[in-house]
Design a protein around this ligand. Structure first.
Ligand SMILES: Cc1ncc(COP(=O)(O)O)c(C=O)c1O
Length: 393
């Protein structure tokens, strides 16, 4: 490398350090230390094929991948003898996979998803070329179940695939799976499938709650979760868990790899399952619970401090996302805040210190003009057909 290129690389590293120290708007854990795994970067680890079947190429981490899937399958109370999954490139791939499986089971189905749903769902629907119906949301971002009921009734002769958000991108609202199931029962649709997009909240709600409302024991068919969000990882990753009985709908034998092609991608990142495995083994369920409680307590503190200063901050139940009126563009840029429809949010992820929140609030208070006296959720209501652009990664 030339001297200029070495300097360019150094500047990039400095920029990363500087920008990471202000990140509070996007959901990435910051408290990880994977230095023990650095020597893994001298290997090409490729998890091509089905993680539950050993393939010709065995410089892989399939055995750890299976342990990661099993950990999440236990958290989500998937049936012991009817569970399958894999480590994905992130929550978006898990969403695509869940809907792909659902479409293979019910090609005639209509997909229902709320207006607050992450853009990966509407993209998956376009990719899968499925008919869909956007459902209104309540002011807090949760699905409007009355609208769901009316929409399902309109197409009650077709199977229903419902996407339940377990933590929406902007307000971390949770759709209620038992209510969705009772709507489906009332509408008397012949077949249905529930996919949970649990990208952010899945991994900590499942440790906080003895009996999570959104899991397999409550009748869901697939759950997608991000790994780099609450668990933490230097690169994006995630996990998807489905019922094993569904896999045969998508899985095809491939002699070249000596395995089954059961996943979206061919070559798959073999490092990410090891990183997720390491994080899970280091923290265990107890460690995850402790971090979840710390995040919740910081979110409570943030909301209280903002409110004390007259800023209309609010939060959904058990949410680590604090929503408040959108500040100036320069504050949003400096603190990397996600914004939508006049609202901004910050997310109290593991590794964000109280000092960082205090520094942010100090900055915010310099902008007296933004202070609103009315809770923002009383002013925001997204109707079907409204375009909501969520500036989310
Ligand atoms: C609710 C929700 N679903 C899905 C995703 C996509 O997850 P990923 O970025 O891991 O692909 C996000 C990302 O923020 C999200 O907030």
């Amino acid at each position: 490398m030339t001297v200029k290129e070495v300097e360019r690389l150094q500047r990039y590293k400095d920029l990363l350090a500087e920008r990471s120290s202000n990140a509070i708007g996007y959901p990435f854990a910051l408290d990880f230390d994977f230095s023990e795994l650095h020597t893994l970067f001298q290997y090409h680890i490729n998890n091509v094929g089905d993680p539950y079947i050993e393939s010709n190429y065995d410089v892989n981490s399939h055995s750890m991948e299976r342990e990661v899937v099993e950990f999440f399958a236990d958290l989500f109370r998937a049936p012991k003898h009817n569970r399958w999954g894999y480590v994905t490139s992130g929550g978006s791939e898990g969403n695509l996979y869940g809907l792909y499986v659902a479409r293979e089971l019910y090609p005639e189905a209509v997909i229902y998803y709320s207006a607050a749903t992450h853009y990966s769902i509407s993209k998956s629907i376009r990719l899968l070329n499925m008919p869909s119906c956007m459902i209104r949301i309540q002011p807090n971002g949760e699905m409007d179940y009355k609208d769901l009921e009316e929409s399902i009734k309109r197409y009650s002769n077709r199977p229903a695939i419902v996407v339940a958000n377990i933590g929406t991108t902007m307000t971390e609202a949770k759709d209620d799976v038992p209510t969705i199931r009772s709507v489906l029962q009332k509408a008397a649709v012949k077949s249905h499938y529930i996919h949970c997009d649990a990208a952010l909240s899945g991994s900590y709600l499942a440790v906080l709650e003895e009996e999570p409302q959104f899991d397999f024991a409550n009748g869901v068919d697939s759950i997608a979760c991000s790994g780099h969000k609450f668990i933490g990882s230097p690169f994006p990753c995630g996990v998807v868990v489905i019922k094993d009985q569904y896999k045969e709908r998508v899985s095809k034998p491939v002699s070249y790899i000596g395995s089954f092609d059961s996943t979206i991608a061919g070559s798959r990142n073999g490092h990410s399952p090891v990183f997720m495995w390491y994080a899970i083994k280091q923290q265990g369920r107890e460690g995850l619970l402790r971090r979840a409680l710390e995040c919740l307590s910081l979110a409570e503190y943030t909301q209280r401090r903002l409110q004390e200063h007259g800023i209309a901050a609010w939060r959904n139940e058990k949410a680590i996302t604090v929503v408040f009126p959108k500040p100036s563009a320069s504050i949003c840029r400096k603190w990397q805040l996600a914004t939508n429809a006049g609202q901004a949010h910050l997310i109290c992820m593991p590794g964000i210190s109280q000092q960082r929140i205090d520094d942010f609030i100090e900055d915010l208070l310099k902008e007296t003009s933004l202070i609103a006296r009315e809770p923002t959720h009383s002013r925001v209501f997204v109707k079907p057909g409204d375009s909501i652009m969520i500036t989310q990664l």
